[in-house]
Design a protein around this ligand. Structure first.
Ligand code: F3S
Length: 412
């Protein structure tokens, strides 16, 4: 194999087409990326998370590309999950999606299934069994999941694109560059936060502010009170919210929190002397940037990234015995929905919907008639105006549920 990228005998055979055209195409993508980024070798991967699942983003050209690869014999060789699709696979007809779009989306999922991928469509695979261990090499594509896997679990993945993640799944390898290497996991920015975020919206607003300044760097965050005055470390939900927001407003794929995240605890990733410093005194600017003007709320969207069991339980507590006025969609993984059966029953008795497999950024929202949204997610508030054409309000969960009960969200 040319240049400096070393391939094992088996990898060379795959590259030469000895395992068929589908594997050869996958190896061509993996090797090309390796050469572009100066990789010296490939690494075996433990799992893949593929983005590019919604027909809204893929279109007919993307569907043809998948069908062709599947027909050539493409099969994944490591556990692989999918990012959210454009519909809830089981409930699409009662949620208002058109049959045309649903059938196009089902064709996309059929193409992935033909490659041996379970149709598990979620951005939180780590909550439902695809939970990497420290040091595992991965090829994950969803930016919030990439951030969580790298930062909180200590696994190693670059922020893959849809085709490169799928190629990695088909050959079971990715090129060893970027965040697969120790030297590239050292922080680039020191971020001092002078107040401890409390609600999930606080963590999202903080992530928005940090991501906007750090862009694709690696922040080393010093919280005023890293384990809280009560000795409680940030929860997984808080960390997933923080990482999702940083990955949206910037392109942060890895962050460290002093005394909290595993590589910061291990002690080798602090930023070098002279690294840029960022001070965050309060979160007002983050809230202001993400909060729009709408007062009339058609839809309350919770679950970006996909809601955990704890979040579903908390939402159920807030709506129990009440009747909602606006639509409430709580998006989650199908498996989380199954595990949260009691909370689902309570939320749906109040008139809400617990929606699996999709989210309001990748769903064809224009088919659903919503014009304004309230959300507690900084990532959703960042993307929904451009991706879904919605006027968006950003506020804490309690305020969002109040908006679902009244159809209104007043500005403070
Ligand atoms: Fe997940 Fe959709 Fe948010 S993919 S992270 S719920 S934008």
């Amino acid at each position: 194999m040319g240049d400096q990228l070393y391939l094992t005998a088996e990898e060379q055979a795959m590259f030469d087409g000895e395992q068929g055209i589908a594997v050869r195409r996958a190896m061509e993508i993996v090797v090309a990326l390796g050469k572009i980024y100066g990789a010296k070798r490939l690494v075996s991967i433990h799992s893949v998370q593929v983005a590019g699942v919604s027909y809204k983003n893929l279109g007919e050209a993307g569907l043809d590309f998948l069908r062709e690869w599947a027909a050539q014999g493409a099969r994944v060789r490591v556990p692989t999950t999918l990012n959210p699709a454009g519909i809830d696979i089981a409930q699409w007809h009662t949620l208002g999606f058109s049959a045309t779009f649903a059938h196009q989306q089902q064709a996309v999922i059929a193409a992935y299934t033909a490659m041996g991928i379970e149709p598990v469509c979620t951005c939180t695979p780590y909550l439902i069994g695809n939970r990497p261990a420290w040091g595992d090499h991965l090829a994950w594509a969803e930016s919030s999941a990439v951030s969580l896997a790298n930062s909180v679990l200590g696994a190693r993945t670059n922020r893959e694109g849809g085709p490169s993640a799928l190629a990695a799944a088909i050959c079971g390898r990715t090129a060893a560059y970027g965040l697969h290497l120790d030297e590239n996991r050292i922080a680039t920015h020191r971020v001092e936060v002078h107040s401890r975020p409390v609600s999930l919206t606080d963590w999202g607003a903080l992530g928005y502010l940090v991501g906007r300044q750090v862009r694709n760097g690696i922040p080393y965050i010093l919280l005023a009170d890293p384990v809280g005055t009560t000795g409680v470390a940030p929860t997984l939900d808080q960390l997933k919210t923080l990482g999702a927001a940083m990955a949206a407003s910037g392109a942060v794929a890895l962050y460290h929190i002093d005394g909290v995240t595993p590589e910061a605890q291990a002690g080798n990733v602090a930023p070098p002397k002279g690294a840029p410093q960022i001070l965050i005194d309060d979160l007002t600017a983050g809230y202001a940037a993400l909060n729009g003007d709408a007062e009339q709320i058609d839809l309350v969207s919770i679950g970006c990234p996909h809601a955990s069991l704890d979040e579903l339980t908390e939402i159920a507590r807030l709506v129990e015995g009440k009747q909602l006025c606006a639509a409430l969609w709580v998006t989650t993984a199908r498996e989380t929905r199954r595990r949260a059966a009691q909370a689902v029953t309570t939320i749906e008795a109040a008139g809400g919907r617990v929606v699996a497999d999709t989210c309001m950024v990748v769903a064809p929202v224009d088919q659903l008639g919503f014009k304004s949204m309230a959300t507690n997610s900084a990532k959703m508030a960042f993307y929904a105006p451009a991706h879904s054409g919605l006027s968006v309000r950003f506020g804490p969960l309690e305020q969002c549920i109040e908006a679902a009960l009244t159809g209104k969200m007043r500005k403070a």
